[in-house]
Write a protein that binds this ligand. Structure first.
Ligand code: IPM
Ligand code: MG
Length: 357
């Protein structure tokens, strides 16, 4: 029987609750599809700071690197906002992405028919939306040097550097071109080339790659316009390729097309080695521990892990179908609640998903 080693990183806030749901479902689906998952849970983020003083303990990174796939729930808590940056939960996540060399972040945004009225946008605008955000994840202004704060001439200054090398752009652009070729063949690269030199380099490298992909139609869009077009006419997009910071912002915006950020999964991949799968949403400290969280982005991230990371696509299909079924039957968590539907807590939603499997 095939065996896969999965590291679970429950993290902070609602992370542990949604991890419990995902783990149960993974156990059930693996049993049904004839493979075994061996789980190991490791601390990251604020819970790791509490336990070890570090947001990314060396043993967590080592276990992740030695695994077949990593499933992360969420990190972050306002409790740590005043700590120095190297001791904050977010630094643990960035360290994990960098330490596993996960430069490609894939965030698929697809409208679930049952949720169409949960979106703050009109049905006519979002019906049929099916796009993929391909976000560069280990470079750009998140990691650029120099950065810091200093005092000079009686004032303070804070600074970061937005920087990409040609090869960093090439490797993420290749991922996006390959995905576009398998989808509807339309790639829109998002930058700020009208102002930023780093964006002009980005645009030039994407253009240079285009002739190698004759079936893919390439366009470029400034990030301010892209933010507007995403809410004006999101159906125009197939694959959106962008850098780390723009991708962070646009993927939250794109998530809301689906009605709730509680629905959006993501995959972070390197050129080889294990991938990291995580919901796009954060740790939602305001509802943590109250059994109110929506576990579906986590379950859909587990499905992405099964399909992309572990090549168990039948099991991935089964998890995704269970989510569709539960939504079609009218079950909702609070974030998605609508008239005539049945509101459930996180664990009860997990039970319904298990029944629907
Ligand atoms: C995301 C998150 C992270 C990011 C934070 C938690 C560091 O917002 O995955 O989009 O900015 O990348
Ligand atoms: Mg984000």
């Amino acid at each position: 029987m095939a065996q896969h080693r999965v590291v679970l990183l429950p993290g902070d806030g609602i992370g542990p609750e949604i991890t419990t749901v995902a783990r149960r479902l993974l156990e059930a689906v693996s049993e049904r599809h004839g493979f075994e998952l061996v789980f190991e849970e490791k601390p990251i983020g604020g819970s790791a700071i509490d336990a070890t003083g570090e947001p990314l303990p060396a043993s967590t990174l080592a276990a992740c690197k030695a695994s077949d796939s990593v499933l992360l729930a969420a990190i972050g808590s306002p409790r740590f906002d005043s700590l120095p940056r190297e001791k904050r939960p977010e630094t643990g996540l960035l360290g994990l992405r960098a330490g596993m060399d996960l430069f490609a972040n894939l965030r698929p945004v697809k409208i679930v028919p049952a949720l169409i009225d949960a979106s703050s946008l009109k049905r006519e605008v979002i019906e049929g939306v099916d796009l993929m955000v391909v976000r560069e994840l280990t470079g750009g202004i998140y990691f650029g040097q120099p950065k810091g704060r200093l005092e000079a001439d009686g004032d303070e200054r804070g600074f970061n550097t937005m920087t990409y090398s040609g090869s960093e752009v090439d490797r993420i652009a290749k991922v996006a071109f390959d995905i576009a070729r398998e989808r509807r063949g339309r790639l829109c690269s998002v930058d700020k080339a009208n102002v930023l030199d780093v964006s002009q380099l980005w645009r030039d490298r994407v253009d240079a790659m285009a002739p190698g992909y004759s079936g893919v139609e390439v366009s470029h869009m400034y990030v301010d316009n892209a933010a507007m077009q995403l809410v004006r006419d999101p159906r125009q997009f197939d694959v959106l390729l962008t850098g780390n910071l723009f991708g962070d912002i646009l993927s939250d915006e794109a998530a809301m097309l689906t009605g709730s950020i509680g629905m959006l999964p993501s995959a972070s991949l390197g050129s080889d080695g294990p991938g990291l799968f995580e919901p796009v949403h954060g740790s939602a400290p305001d509802i943590a521990g109250q059994d109110k969280a929506n576990p579906m982005a986590m379950v859909l991230s587990a499905a992405m892990m099964l399909r992309i990371g572990l090549k168990q696509s039948a099991a991935a299909d089964a998890l995704e179908a269970a989510v569709d079924r539960v939504l079609a039957a009218g079950f909702r968590t609070g974030d998605l609640m609508a008239e005539g539907c049945t509101q459930l807590g996180c664990q009860a939603m997990g039970q319904e998903l298990l029944k629907a499997l």
